[in-house]
Design a protein around this ligand. Structure first.
Ligand code: ZN
Length: 385
C-alpha cells in the first residue's frame, strides 16, 4: 500500500503508459509538490480522462513537514546498490529518518510497477538555492535523450558522474526513462509555474493528454532560448577550510570569457583559462561544489554516439590494454587508469559509459544502454519524431 500521506494524487484513465512524478525528495523544495497538487486537482475537476495513468508522490515526508532539505541524511544520495540489495532481501534496518523514507518510497514504486502495465516514466521535481532558468538533469541513455528532446529547456547530461546515489540513477539502472527537472529557485513563483507547465508538457509528450502549445511555449520563454544538450567538463570542488566567493551575479549557463575574473578562492583571483559556461555557481555558505563548467555537446557528437551505441561498438573496448569486463553480463567495465590513461573519457562517454571511481587505480564504468527497456517503449510517439 502506498501511504496516504505520500500520495498527492492518482489518476487512472485508459490502460496505457504510466507517469510517476515525485516532488519534495528534498524537504525544502515544496514547489514541485504544490504544482503536482494543482494539476491533480485541475484534472479531477475537469474530469479529464487520461490515456494512461498518473501518480504524484511526495518524496521526503518528514523533511517536507519541517521544510528542511533533510533531517539526518540526504534522501537523494542513498540509492546505492548495497542498500537496494538489502531492501530487496528484506534485511535492511532503517537507522535514520531518510532510510525510513527510502524504504517506504521503494515499496510505493514497487507497487506501481507491479500494478500498472507501463511503459513507465519517472520524473523527479526539484528546485535550486540560486536563481536559474529551468533545466533537466539526465543520465546519459539513448531513451532518456530521445524523450527529453521534447522539452524546450537545456539538458545536462551525465550528472551521474558527480552525484552518488540519486533516486533516478537507481531507476535508470532498471532500464526505464527517468530524469530530474529543476524548476528554478526554491521560493521563486516562476519555479512553481515551471513545474506546473512541465507536468502538463510531460503528459503531452507521453500521450496521456492532447497537446496544446501553451505549456511548451511558457517553458521555452522561461529558459530564455537556451536549449539542447550540455555536459559537465569539470567540477571545482571545495574542502571545508577553503574560502570561495563568486563575484557578481552569474546565472546558470552564462558564458564566462577567457581571462575573466569571476571568483575568489583562498584569497586569490580565479580567472578563466579559457571561455566556458558556468553551472551551479555557489552563492551560499555551505556546499562542496564551487561551480561546474559545462559545454554544449555538438549535434554531430550526439548522432555519432547514438550510431555507435545502437551497434554495440563498445564490444571492442575489452580488446584494449587495461580494460576488462566487470561481470558476465557485460554491463560494466573495469578500467586500469594507469594503463588506459591514453584513452579519453570522451571515448567512454561516446559509447555509453559513465565512470564511478572504484579505487585509486581503477574506474568502474557502467553502460546505461545494456539495461534499457527499449522494446517496452517501442511505438511511442516521442520515439518517432
Ligand atoms: Zn533538490
Amino acid at each position: 500500500m502506498i501511504q496516504k500521506e505520500r500520495l498527492i494524487g492518482k489518476l487512472s484513465g485508459k490502460q496505457g503508459p504510466c507517469l510517476i512524478m515525485i516532488g519534495g525528495v528534498h524537504g525544502n523544495e515544496a514547489s514541485g509538490v504544490k504544482a503536482l497538487s494543482r494539476v491533480c486537482h485541475e484534472l479531477q475537476e475537469s474530469k479529464t480522462e487520461l490515456q494512461g495513468s498518473f501518480y504524484a508522490l511526495k518524496g521526503n515526508l518528514a523533511a517536507l513537514t519541517q521544510q528542511k532539505r533533510y533531517l539526518d541524511t540526504d534522501l537523494n544520495r542513498l540509492w546505492n546498490r548495497k542498500i537496494i540489495k538489502e531492501v530487496q532481501a528484506g534485511t535492511f534496518q532503517a537507522q535514520t529518518a531518510e532510510e525510513n523514507e527510502l524504504q517506504q518510497l521503494y515499496s510505493a514504486l514497487q507497487e506501481i510497477l507491479q500494478t500498472e502495465a507501463g511503459p513507465f516514466y519517472f520524473i523527479d521535481l526539484h528546485t535550486t538555492s540560486a536563481q536559474t532558468i529551468p533545466f533537466l538533469t539526465v543520465n546519459d541513455a539513448l531513451l532518456n535523450r530521445a524523450f527529453t528532446l521534447h522539452y524546450p529547456v537545456p539538458i545536462i547530461l551525465g550528472i551521474e558522474e558527480y552525484i552518488q546515489g540519486p533516486l533516478l540513477s537507481y531507476i535508470n539502472e532498471l532500464g526505464y526513462v527517468a530524469f530530474g527537472f529543476e524548476g528554478g529557485q526554491h521560493d521563486d513563483q516562476e519555479a512553481y509555474l515551471n513545474h506546473y507547465h512541465f507536468i502538463y508538457r510531460s503528459m503531452e509528450i507521453i500521450g496521456l493528454k492532447k497537446s496544446s502549445s501553451q505549456h511548451y511555449d511558457t517553458l521555452k520563454k522561461h529558459s530564455k532560448g537556451i536549449q539542447g544538450f550540455y555536459e559537465i567538463i569539470s567540477r571545482f570542488g571545495l574542502e571545508d577550510q577553503d574560502e570561495f566567493q563568486m563575484l557578481g551575479n552569474y546565472q546558470n549557463f552564462e558564458l564566462i570569457a577567457e581571462k575573466e575574473h569571476f571568483a575568489n578562492f583562498n584569497g586569490k583571483a580565479l580567472k578563466a583559462t579559457e571561455a566556458f559556461r558556468i553551472f551551479m555557481p555557489l552563492y551560499q555558505k555551505q556546499g562542496g561544489d564551487g561551480y561546474f563548467s559545462i559545454r554544449k555537446i555538438p549535434a554531430f557528437f550526439m548522432q555519432l554516439s547514438a550510431f555507435l551505441r545502437k551497434r554495440s561498438a563498445d564490444r571492442i573496448l575489452p580488446l584494449l590494454p587495461g580494460i576488462a569486463w566487470h561481470d558476465r553480463k557485460r554491463s560494466a567495465l573495469i578500467i586500469n587508469r594507469k594503463v588506459a590513461r591514453f584513452l579519453a573519457k570522451q571515448l567512454f562517454h561516446l559509447l555509453g559509459y559513465r565512470n564511478k571511481e572504484l579505487d585509486q587505480n581503477h574506474w568502474l564504468m557502467y553502460n546505461r544502454e545494456h539495461a534499457a527497456r527499449s522494446e517496452e517503449y517501442e511505438g511511442a510517439e516521442w520515439l518517432r519524431n
